[in-house]
Design a protein around this ligand. Structure first.
Ligand code: OAD
Length: 255
């Protein structure tokens, strides 16, 4: 693979270094190098499946066992995954920024594992489960669950703590995400096809508020035309390279 465009890398490093408030939106592509399948495209989770058969409240109401088997299969897969250099670079970027918020559509928890602190998981977290009767939430990180798990508190049926198609995002997550997107002066969008709302609009909202928009994605998306800097390459290569370039520039300025 040819190395990322050095001039664009330098521009991105400069923009991040000068930023007051950085907001990042990530999607499945950021976890791809950890072995987590993306959703769309060849080998994607939705290839050969209709999301509405597995990831909607209607699918769960009709056939909770099949839905739970799908989520338990994903949990088994994710349990073996560890953060990759893209996750690490984002936690390093957070440490260098005055104001930083990471919004993720990923439910794998890998940003937390990599040390990111201010993370908004707008689609929930696959390791959280919620009772459909009493709404109690349980952290089941790393645990294997039954195919039809029930609440230890009230006996109600548990469901995965993720947002399904047709459901609204949790109010607190949406409010915090909206605030971070409209307040930032630099927005980075990485590893997302930018097709699923409302996250697909975050880049455009940031631009409307005059933020500089940087995209790091393997292939062009509906956001590419809007982006001020677009690096069409792997996040696990480009994001560490940007942070490295920020360090180099800082050291150079200090000498
Ligand atoms: P998608 O699978 O739609 O898109 C992943 C994007 O990442 C694509 O544009 C790829 O080109 C890009 N990509 C793949 N590997 C990459 C890499 N190594 N570096 C950089 N980019 C890479 O995933 P999302 O946009 O995250 O929602 O999907 C959004 C939502 O749709 C998900 O959260 C999920 C899904 O259905 C729900 O389940 C509610």
């Amino acid at each position: 693979m040819p190395s990322p465009d050095q001039s664009l890398l330098g521009q991105a490093a400069e923009v991040f270094s000068a930023a007051d408030a950085v907001t990042v939106l990530t999607g499945a592509g950021v976890s791809a190098a950890s072995g987590v399948p993306t959703f769309r495209g060849t080998g994607g989770l939705w290839e050969g499946h209709r999301p509405e058969q597995l990831a909607t409240p209607e699918a769960f109401a009709a056939d909770p066992l099949t839905v739970w088997r799908f989520y338990n299969w994903r949990r088994g897969l994710l349990g073996k995954c560890v953060p990759n250099p893209a996750h690490t670079a984002l936690s390093e970027l957070e440490a260098r920024c005055r104001n930083f918020t990471l919004i993720t559509q990923n439910v794998d928890g890998l940003h937390h594992q990599a040390g990111s602190k201010k993370v908004i998981e707008i689609h929930g977290n696959i390791w959280t489960v919620r009772c459909t009767a009493c709404s109690r939430e349980f952290d089941t990180t790393g645990q294997a669950l039954d195919d039809d798990p029930h609440c230890s508190s009230c006996g109600g049926r548990l469901r995965p703590g993720v947002v399904w198609f047709g459901e609204s995002l949790p109010d607190h997550a949406m409010t915090a995400a909206y605030e971070a997107v409209t307040r930032c002066d630099v927005m980075l969008v990485s590893g997302t096809s930018a097709l699923v709302q409302p996250a697909a609009s975050f880049g455009a909202w940031a631009k409307q508020n005059e933020a500089t928009l940087i995209e790091v994605n393997l292939e062009a998306t509906p956001l590419t035309e809007l982006a001020d800097i677009s690096l069409l390459d792997s996040a696990s290569e480009v994001l560490p390279a940007i942070v490295k370039e920020m360090t180099r520039r800082k050291e150079q300025a200090g000498t």
